[in-house]
Design a protein around this ligand. Structure first.
Ligand SMILES: Cc1cc2nc3c(=O)[nH]c(=O)nc-3n(C[C@H](O)[C@H](O)[C@H](O)COP(=O)(O)OP(=O)(O)OC[C@H]3O[C@@H](n4cnc5c(N)ncnc54)[C@H](O)[C@@H]3O)c2cc1C
Length: 338
């Protein structure tokens, strides 16, 4: 059923808790709703949202916000190793993880507790603990606003990269609404434990279940990330930069310490932005109502609960300028600014 609310307050719809209004807010719970919607009559621009956990509203949104509540969840266990799973775009991604881990299916456990919806996971190519959405996805179902019809994309067609996809391209943002995702999960044990702190939970060689990995991921995340229900944030604010090997070596020489990094297959090097921000002493830094999280410096928080976007933007600029001056790298936000 379609729900329309004009002049809508978006603060409960974004985890940063920014105060912003949109001209029109629409909730829908089926593809049929989208087929019936008169898109020509809607205030533009259009913005699809899920739980608003990767968004920073810097001002009122002068158009229509479309929020998916499409909530089906089906899985087809045919007794084979591979189990296809279909979920509506409005399903909470962590509910999907919880349900599939409880079924003993492998694939989603490392992505546990990431806020947001299944639809947005396909836009963002969400990732954690060495796994990305693209690794377990087989396809994405959409509604094409331009042609007013359903369409679908195979995972190979989605141009997935680091927190990036075909759906993030400016020409596609107002064209495709994601209505569902298709995943390929597995009955066969496939734990991926070689990333971050996960290995310490499981001695090498011991059998482990998807639920146990999920529990370990949840414990680790709860220790260092703010709970969006308690404190406003949009998770990692900056992307981890990728630099040529020589640039990384110059940083190591200048800093005179071990610099954490990941060597990429093309010879370039990814450096954790959190390490650079921490090295500059930003942990806990406060600017008005904004702050750098005490435990995870990649996360900026709305510490007072009513911080204006200007405070977040000022802190962002301060960090970007300082990192550029010291390391010669300009950080780019992972959080989408609107
Ligand atoms: C505490 C915290 C921890 C986090 N940890 C992680 C993490 O470990 N890994 C990670 O990758 N991310 C993480 N995030 C970021 C965030 O959870 C993800 O980006 C998530 O996928 C956003 O989902 P959402 O439903 O809130 O999307 P929104 O923020 O509402 O939207 C995100 C993007 O998707 C688009 N979009 C949303 N729904 C649709 C749709 N149906 N059709 C078309 N476009 C759509 C929006 O236009 C926007 O571009 C974290 C965030 C928080 C607050």
């Amino acid at each position: 059923m379609l729900k329309r609310i004009p002049d809508y307050d978006l603060s409960p719809r974004n985890t940063f808790r920014m105060k912003a209004k949109c001209t029109l807010y629409i909730e829908y719970d089926s593809v049929k709703d989208l087929e019936e919607l008169d898109f020509d009559a809607l205030p533009r621009p259009l913005l699809s949202i899920g739980e608003g956990s990767n968004l920073l509203f810097t001002r009122d949104f002068p158009g229509t916000v479309l929020c998916s509540k499409i909530a089906y969840l089906k899985f087809f266990d045919l007794g084979l190793d591979e189990v296809p799973v279909a979920a509506g775009a409005g399903v909470k991604f962590d509910d999907l993880c919880a349900r599939m881990c409880a079924e003993g299916l492998w694939g989603l456990e490392n992505l546990s507790l990431i806020p947001g919806t299944a639809g947005a996971a396909a836009v963002q190519n969400i990732g954690a603990y060495g796994v990305e959405f693209k690794d377990i996805a087989s396809g994405v179902s959409c509604f094409d606003i331009e042609k007013r019809c359903k369409c679908s994309f195979k995972v190979e067609e989605c141009a997935y990269g680091y927190r990036d996809s075909f759906f993030k391209r400016p020409e596609n943002k107002e064209r495709y609404i994601i209505t569902g995702v298709l995943l390929r999960l597995s009955r066969k044990a496939a734990p991926r434990l070689d990333y971050g702190a996960l290995r310490s939970f499981f001695p090498e060689g011991d059998p482990v279940s998807p639920q146990e990995v999920r529990d370990a991921v949840i414990r680790t995340r709860r220790e260092k990330l703010p709970d969006p229900l308690e404190i406003g944030s949009a998770g990692s604010f900056f992307k981890n930069p990728v630099v040529p090997k020589e640039h990384y070596e110059a940083i190591v020489a200048a800093e005179g310490v071990t610099v954490p990094h990941y060597d990429l297959p093309d010879g370039s090097v990814k450096i954790p932005a959190a390490w650079m921000i921490d090295r500059l002493g930003f942990k806990g830094r406060r600017l008005g109502g904004a702050a750098v999280h005490e435990k995870q410096p990649l996360v900026l928080i709305n510490v007072t609960g009513d911080a204006p976007a200007a405070d977040i933007l000022a802190l962002e600029k301060e960090i970007c300028d300082a990192v550029e001056q010291r390391f010669g790298i300009r950080l780019h936000p992972e959080v989408e600014h609107l």
